[in-house]
Unconditional design. Structure first.
Length: 274
């Protein structure tokens, strides 16, 4: 809420500056020239609209509402799988990343920037209601970064456990993924160096992954270890599989796909054996 107030104040000041500049121009009969601050108006307005949208629909239930509503009925022998996650899951379906398990009845239900409490709130709509055989959960990196405010590792773990419990209660096998490593090798869209370790300390990632692996073993879920196949000798995300040190590129998704498929098949096999 404080962010919204700050943005609103910024918008008000920007509008005032713009109006003053235009009025002064009219009084002196000089050619109207908008002050440089007016160039920020569109950006501030967009940020306000994004904040308003978040306030009205914090878990973003609307994101996949139409897609879920038009899903075909589950075929008798369909091995449907839902991937629940954040931007890493969301971006996987984009064509430039090599395709999202072509020919497989796998559904991506990732939303960029989301944290585990948001995913938990939309878990019924975006996972349970789709009646998959398996759910693959990849979450936690944005919790560590504090995307939706301060949250302890214990609270993140509780949210992951709640999603797993909901899935099991509805006959869905669970694959719990490790949080991926990050690095300081990448660059932002403007080409500036960026250090993803600042908001996502590697030691916190390791601590959360230790819990996820232990919890999965104790509860009989499948543990999907992305971390081990994506980390370099320095404990960071391999340079060649990410442009920004956080999100996989096409080579990164190519590394992830086979280990994800192996975990899914293990979950399917456990389901069939029961």
């Amino acid at each position: 809420m404080e962010t919204v107030f700050k943005l609103t104040a910024c918008l008000a000041v920007t509008l005032a500056v713009c109006a003053h500049g235009l009025l002064a121009g009219a009084q002196t009969q000089a050619p109207a020239k908008a002050p440089e601050d007016c160039g920020e108006l569109a950006e501030v307005k967009a940020r306000l609209e994004a904040q308003e949208k978040r306030l009205k629909d914090w878990p973003d239930l609307a994101h996949y509402r139409d897609a879920n509503a038009t899903m075909a009925a589950l075929a008798k022998d369909e091995q449907r799988v839902v991937f629940m996650g954040d931007s890493i899951t969301d971006m996987w379906v984009l064509p430039q990343f090599g395709g999202f398990f072509p020919g497989k009845p796998y559904l991506g239900r990732g939303i960029g920037g989301q944290t585990t409490p948001q995913m938990l709130l939309r878990f019924r709509a975006d996972v349970i209601a789709l009646r998959p055989k398996v759910v693959v959960i990849l979450a936690g990196t944005n919790d560590i970064a504090g995307n939706t405010g301060p949250i302890t590792l214990e609270e993140t773990e509780g949210n992951l456990a709640s999603m797993a419990e909901l899935a099991r209660a509805n006959g869905i096998r669970v694959v719990l993924s490790s949080v991926m490593p990050v690095s300081n090798y990448g660059h932002d869209r403007e080409g500036h160096p960026i250090d993803m370790r600042i908001k996502r300390p590697p030691e916190k990632i390791l601590e959360l992954n230790t819990w996820i692996k232990k919890y999965a073993a104790e509860k009989g879920h499948v543990y999907l270890d992305y971390f081990s196949v994506m980390v370099d000798d320095e404990g960071l995300l391999k340079k060649e599989i990410s442009a920004d040190g956080l999100h996989p590129n096409a080579a990164g998704y190519a590394v992830m796909a086979p280990v994800a498929e192996k975990a899914i098949q293990a979950a399917m096999a456990e389901r069939d054996s029961k």
